[in-house]
Design a protein around this ligand. Structure first.
Ligand code: IPM
Ligand code: MG
Length: 359
């Protein structure tokens, strides 16, 4: 198969981890007789520097004309001074919006080899997916910073959801749950927020409206409790479905259960358009360009691309198994290295080499 992949390296370690993703994907292509055609496009800080905007038109066009998008990371202190619309993050939110990427899947799985990296005593069987609504809520609602009638500086953001936005993300979660253990926890703040009360109502309507969902066990959890339960007993979760901001926060929290944020991949999917695959971590400017980054979240995101956008299940499994073996053999980037346990500290490139060697 021939597939067109738009690659957004972005800023910081985004560049080096996407290089590793391409090398690993090329190995897969070689092994299975596929052809992956990459087009590099600019987004984030690098696009601000070169073109004066975090999300050039050209980038949107190339992404739309591709079969999938791979994204490293964007952002860095250099660009933290600009107004909201001229920050690297605006590029990320812009591409999510432009491609209609409403469903963000963040699998949180603790590899056996990293069990000791998990900060929890009670760390067995951590294997969940956070389904985060990605283009609604406070991230995309009306916002303003202004001076009020008493001269105070004021600002607000609006967390708005329409029923159909909740319906479509709920369906993604239920469909996913049917392929897993069938346990869905819908996270909201329905004891306080109107948008959460609507969320809860719609999620339950979707659930009741489909015979196929009968075998799913749906429960609701308030977001503060969910934050606590994630560290108290993470093994209770299978699929978590939640709105944009709650999903952002809970997924960072959940990531440390896997040893490092550097292990967490993600897939952002649209109804009828190209998907985007990116690690959940950021651009880590402090270690950028030093061959210290952990490319595993990026590699696992590439595996998600193969599975979800290209229907290449075996190829995806190959990458996931290779990562598992490399970890079992003791290869560790700095974020998951503790020393004194026979493991071997490697750089980003060497980690890529090790995965390729397994393939
Ligand atoms: C994420 C990131 C982004 C988000 C930032 C970089 C805008 O934290 O993908 O989780 O908040 O969505
Ligand atoms: Mg985040």
């Amino acid at each position: 198969m021939t597939k067109k992949i738009a690659v957004i390296g972005g800023d910081g370690i985004g560049v080096e981890i996407t290089v590793e993703a391409r090398r690993v994907l090329n190995k897969i292509a070689e092994k299975y007789g596929h052809e992956f055609k990459y087009t590099n496009v600019l987004m984030g800080g690098v696009a601000i520097d070169e073109l004066g905007t975090p999300l050039p038109e050209e980038t949107i066009n190339v992404c739309k004309a591709s079969d999938a998008v791979l994204l490293g990371a964007v952002g860095g202190p250099k660009w933290d001074v600009g107004p909201g619309h001229l920050r690297p993050e605006a590029g990320l939110l812009g591409i999510r919006g432009a491609l209609g990427l409403f469903a963000n899947l963040r699998p949180v799985k603790l590899f056996d080899a990293l069990a000791d990296e998990c900060l929890l005593k009670n760390s067995k069987k951590i294997d969940m997916v956070i389904v985060r609504e990605l283009i609604g809520g406070a991230y995309f609602g009306k916002r303003e910073t202004y001076i009020d009638e008493n001269g105070a500086k004021a600002a607000y953001d609006t967390m708005l959801y329409r029923d159909w936005e909740i319906e479509r993300i709920a369906k993604v979660a239920f469909k996913l749950a049917l392929k897993r253990t069938g346990n869905v926890v819908s996270v909201d703040k329905a004891n306080v927020l109107d948008s959460s009360r609507l969320w809860r109502e719609v999620v339950h309507n979707v659930y009741a409206g489909n015979e196929d969902y009968k075998r799913i066990n749906l429960s609701d959890m308030l977001v503060d409790n969910a934050a606590m339960q994630l560290v108290r007993e993470p093994g209770q979760f299978d699929v978590i479905v939640t709105e944009n901001l709650f999903g952002d926060i809970l997924s960072d929290e959940a990531s440390v259960l896997t040893g490092s944020l550097g292990m967490l991949p993600s897939a952002s999917l649209a109804e009828n358009s190209v998907g985007l695959f990116e690690p959940c971590h950021g651009s880590a400017p402090d270690i950028a360009g030093q061959n210290k980054a952990n490319p595993i979240a990026m590699l696992l995101s590439s595996a998600m691309m193969l599975r979800l956008s290209f229907d290449m299940e075996q190829e995806a499994l190959d990458i996931e198994n290779a990562v598992e073996k490399v970890l079992a053999k003791g290869f560790r980037t700095g974020d998951i290295y503790r020393g004194n346990d026979g493991t071997k500290l490697v750089g980003c490139t060497e980690m890529g080499d090790a995965v390729i060697a397994e393939l």
